[in-house]
Ligand binder design. Structure first.
Ligand code: PGA
Length: 250
């Protein structure tokens, strides 16, 4: 955690929870007030309006898990930036590894989505990360650099970043604080090269990959780690609140 960057914590619900559970969740998050950490929930699309209603007046922001690069049109099953804004979103995930893998999203498509997010007034949370095979082949930095450099030209100066090693997502095999810090520092150096020192210094780089109440404090102690993108543990509001508190909220 750095003294100059306010921690950011995202809850990525993926394809989980129903509307009654989402209402319950919001009620249990009620104790959260504006604190040191900024908080965003990324529910699946059908839950957005339920959450927008439930979170009205709370400091918790809302984001979509994906968007189509176009503003509207014949794209069955897709959701556009204006529709996310209309549903109450300020944020959107771009390039999550489950989109890159399950939906074959290329770096170019991720860049187009980042551009669409910016155009429609959403803040993209750009996700990058290497697979187990890529890490074993010592390609981690090359992969991170390729994914980051592809997305940045579209990002202007309004974006945040998440380092999510694919081998740590949903596996319980969290990156050690040292491994995470090494990747985060590399990403910040690359950001400085491409976008300049000022943007690199203000950009929050979140860690994602089996973050939980037990490992959050050690991870957030790293100087280039500015919060978390939490999947599984964000489905339980008590665990999510514990992770938020580890980032300085009181
Ligand atoms: P996880 O997911 O916390 O369940 O590993 C993180 C993510 O994919 O954003």
């Amino acid at each position: 955690m750095s003294p100059i960057r306010r921690p950011l914590v995202g809850g990525n619900w993926k394809m989980n929870l129903l509307s009654a559970e989402a209402r319950d969740y919001v009620a249990r998050l009620g104790q959260l007030s504006v604190g040191q950490a900024e908080v965003v929930l990324f529910p699946s699309f059908p839950l957005l309006t339920t959450l927008a209603r439930g979170l009205a007046g709370s400091p918790v922001a809302l984001g979509g898990q994906d968007l189509h690069p176009g503003a509207k049109g014949a794209h069955t099953g897709d959701v556009s930036g204006p529709q996310l804004v209309d549903a109450g979103c300020q944020w959107v995930l771009c390039g999550h590894s489950e989109r890159r893998q399950d939906h074959h999203e290329s770096d170019a498509l991720v860049a187009a989505k980042v551009a669409a997010a910016i155009e429609h007034g959403l803040t993209p949370l750009i996700c990058v990360g290497e697979t187990q095979e890529e890490r074993q082949a010592e390609e981690t930095f090359a992969i991170l650099e390729r994914q980051l450099r592809a997305a940045l030209p579209s990002a202007r100066d309004r974006f945040e970043l998440a380092y999510e090693p694919v081998w740590a997502i949903g596996t319980g095999a969290t990156a050690t604080p040292e491994i995470a810090q090494e990747a985060h520092a590399f990403l910040r150096r690359t950001l400085a090269e491409v976008m300049g020192e000022a943007i690199a210094a203000r950009c929050r780089i979140l860690y994602g990959g089996s973050a939980n109440p037990d490992n959050a404090a050690d991870l957030i102690a790293q100087p280039d780690l500015d919060g978390f993108l939490v999947g599984g543990a964000s489905l339980d509001p008590d665990k999510f609140l514990t992770i938020i508190r580890a980032c300085g909220w009181s």
